[in-house]
Design a protein around this ligand. Sequence first.
Ligand SMILES: [Zn+2]
Length: 463
Amino acid sequence: MENNNVTMDKIVSLCKNRGIIFQGSEIYGGMGNTWDYGPVGVEIKNNIKRAWWKRFVQENDNSFGVDAAILMNSRVWEASGHTTSFSDPKMDCKECKTRHRADNLIENYCIKHKIDGVIPDKMTNEEMEKFIEEHKIACPVCGKHNFTPIRQFKLMFETSRGVTEDNTDKIYSRPETAQGEFVNFLNVQRSMRAKVPFGIAQIGKAFRNEITPGNFIFRTIEFEQMEHQLFCKECDDEKFYNLYKQKAWDFLVSLGIDQTKLRFKDHDKLAHYAKNACDIQYNFPIGWSELNGIHNRTNYDLSRHQEFSGKNMMYLDPITNEKYIPYVVEYSIGADRLMLTVLCDAYREEKLEDGETRVVLKLAPFIAPYKACVLPLMKKNHSQKAQELHTMLAKYFMCDYDESGSIGKRYRRQDEIGTPYCITVDDDTLNNGTVTIRDRDTMKQDIVKIEDVKNYIQSRCEY
Ligand SMILES: [Zn+2]
């Protein structure tokens, strides 16, 4: 019997106790919306990123990876529109001193009271203040209605270059990785002799000065994006938009994620330059929320960079001799948010035949932090042979070693971090050269010759 009675508290506590994710700067009392990946967590995250790269670069037709600088020329953010419009309208509750986004207050009020046709994005700050006043919208924390006027909070982290804090040297921690792909369009196209349609992919950190509650690693001020920008001809945009919707879905399913917890959600309102946009949502313990975005951005990005940089972004089709600025179909997913998805989806509490309950992370084997753990049945008699085996296997994949406590306890620890195979070294190993390999999910055991162990594990952990 199993159930997936998962709550965010259970995930946070498992992550903390099993070396997956710790609170950022914890010994100093932490820092809001920052988290550190521990020894086990960094392996899971790296495996997710590797699977993504394999799917969207290695196996993807005509796709190229880049790793662009986080700090970019400030003109990039003028061209992208971030310097002028990337901010949130915030108001403070004077009663309980909490800070809220005015647009969210209005949106939630309208959903609750079934009011249609109110679009906060199209309202001025004065209009939003008036709406909140007229409807006496209450603070979601304390329930009172006593707000400060709206102030715009910039979402980009600013810093300055050089020794003087001079405005002309102001630079930003990038709020999205996408511009790194756009500004390298010409470089990649020329150096790789790429023909449209082609893609540029990147995995990298981005930074947003969010003050809203994070829900663990769902929303953090520093996060990692995995993005693929497909450059195509205008008439092919919808074809590729639909193709990337499918690729996005297939990728999530290939990670073993439960399809009944995934759904497409078209954007209710489109950015002014976008022709089409949707999310894939996952049913997190906090409810259905955005996991993955697919956007038809038209030729807006390259046109803006042509305008602001003065560089010609036209592509010359070598066959038809047509010249045009390519359209962009953007695919974007947060590595941290995907990690949270994978953890929530894999979490199980299983009632065993002996009446005990085990917590097990049913991670796809290629995502599991350790592919195997070597366990000497008795420390005194078997640890030397077990250590030899561990040393050999560690050359090929992440392999854990555990000799402390009963074998049952050791299995439980490995179940909790999702290790798919436990290899027990016992008297049979010393006498016959065989080990027992226990499967995490079925708990069934196979007898395997020592020389076959490496292939046994590797062949079951491929992506
Ligand atoms: Zn309040």
